[in-house]
Write a protein that binds this ligand. Structure first.
Ligand code: UD1
Length: 423
């Protein structure tokens, strides 16, 4: 298993290009199941999660062509050959559940394995299922699989989501595009990835209004067509790399970055004493001399502070001049990076959903272990600021969501390398 070796203490300066969003691409690819014409996605990120989604779609009979070195994906099938998404593929990645709504909407039946839990929490899919039932689907849970059917097709409905869910909003939205009549989705997720999905569905001929607000209205249509759509910039990759100059006292321009994608996060960085400026090419982040100021953070659905940046923010606050509180409200078990940061000299106490972080002047390099995608990159950020060497093991988590992380950081002066090891 590969690991990443970071020698800390270098000030980062330069430019980092931001890739297309993993989480947007993972919902745009299944949208191709809604039509018999190909969907072309440009600005796709080159990540192992995207390859997992390609394999899943191929198992259903889709052709997935990866062009321009993986930057462009052409996905489609004239007819879905297999309506069963197998456990072996689904268990690798929760986003696999997003094939359910589109297959059901297009052909009136689908069988999809339940994804199960994951390291950061139980993460059920009940909201996806209730939403599809409200659209007229009959669902049965058997042998770990959801068996879904809608013999007379789906029909529009008013659905009031009991809690905000990104994935459930996406699944229900996609299904509603081909349902008969109007669907009103209340308490919908407002994440930029939802807005991007709606833009793509609209290019495919869907009639949707209200994306980015809590109420989305979908007017069902008889069929959708192929389209070409550029994947939105990855706001989590953007936020992560905004922290690189913040934690090392550097100055980096994030090419393709947009403040509106990370507004709540950028506000907190500024409160911590970091400068964030919009430029013609993106966002420029710098930190003058002096310690980071402590700030309190509470994760929340968009436009709140994203849970996917909580681990990385904790790395920054571990070096602040004072005590910060980080409250995790989306996932129940998302502090696995805390004990690893403590190995690097951080002072962190976790009680329930709140981490109390008392900053230290200097973190110290140590061997640490990545436990999930965002946790692993928080350890790399900490390593950039730490004295000495940090070796992050189990970086396969990282490869699920960050493209060429060593290259992007070393181009700005970081001392970072991948140690390849035989499996
Ligand atoms: C997506 C993102 C993930 C991010 C998360 C929250 C993708 C591929 N993943 O995950 O990176 O961390 O949004 O911003 O886009 N819940 C239920 N029942 C459901 C669905 C969700 O109880 O049917 C709960 C979850 O356990 C969690 C909360 O709702 O506590 C939010 O989850 P959700 O927004 O659905 O996250 P994902 O779409 O899985």
């Amino acid at each position: 298993m590969d690991s990443i070796l970071v020698r800390g203490g270098r000030r980062l300066e330069g430019r980092i290009p931001i890739s297309g969003a993993k989480n947007a691409c993972l919902t745009l690819m299944p949208a191709a199941l809604l039509t018999d014409e190909p969907l072309t996605l440009t600005n796709a990120p080159r990540l192992s999660d995207i390859r997992t989604m390609s394999a899943l779609l191929e198992s259903l009979g889709c052709e997935v062509a990866s062009l321009q070195d993986g930057r462009v994906l052409v996905v489609g099938t004239q007819a879905i050959a297999n309506h069963r998404a197998d456990y072996d593929l689904v268990r690798k990645m929760r986003a696999s559940i997003l094939v359910l709504g589109p297959m059901l909407a297009r052909d009136g039946h689908a069988v999809v394995s339940l994804p199960g839990g994951c390291a950061i929490g139980a993460r059920p899919v009940d909201l996806h299922l209730k939403g599809l039932e409200a659209l007229g689907a009959t669902l049965e849970l058997r042998d770990g699989y959801v068996h879904a059917s809608a013999t007379d097709g789906l029909r529009g409905a008013t659905i009031d989501m009991p809690m905000v869910s990104v994935g459930a909003t996406e699944n229900i939205l996609m299904a509603a595009t081909l349902a008969r009549g109007t669907t009103l989705l209340k308490n919908a997720a407002r994440e930029p990835e939802i807005v991007d999905l709606v833009h793509c569905l609209r290019r495919m001929g869907a009639q949707i209004a209200g994306e980015g607000s809590a109420t989305i209205e979908v007017q069902g249509v008889d069929r959708l067509r192929g389209a070409t759509h550029p994947v939105v910039a990855d706001r989590i990759e953007l936020g992560t790399y905004m922290l690189a100059p913040a934690i090392t006292g550097g100055d980096v321009e994030l090419l393709g970055g947009r403040r509106d994608l990370v507004a709540a996060f950028a506000d907190k960085l500024e409160a911590a004493g970091i400068e964030v400026r919009e430029t013609d090419a993106g966002l420029r982040v710098s930190r003058a001399n002096g310690r980071i100021r402590p700030v309190d953070v509470v994760t929340a659905p968009h436009p709140g502070f994203p849970t996917d940046l909580q681990a990385q923010m904790m790395a920054l606050l571990a070096t602040a001049d004072g005590t910060s509180h980080l409250e995790e409200r989306i996932f129940e078990n998302r502090f696995m990076h805390a004990p690893e940061l403590v190995r690097m000299g951080a002072q962190i106490e976790v009680h329930g959903g709140t981490a109390t972080v008392t900053g230290v002047e200097r973190l110290k390099g140590a061997p640490v272990m990545a436990t999930d995608l965002r946790a692993s990159v928080s350890l790399i950020l900490a390593g950039l600021a730490a004295e000495g060497e940090t070796r992050v093991a189990r970086v396969y988590h990282l490869d699920r969501g960050y493209e060429r992380v060593e290259e992007k950081l070393s181009a700005c002066g970081a001392e970072i390398e991948r140690i390849r090891e035989a499996a």
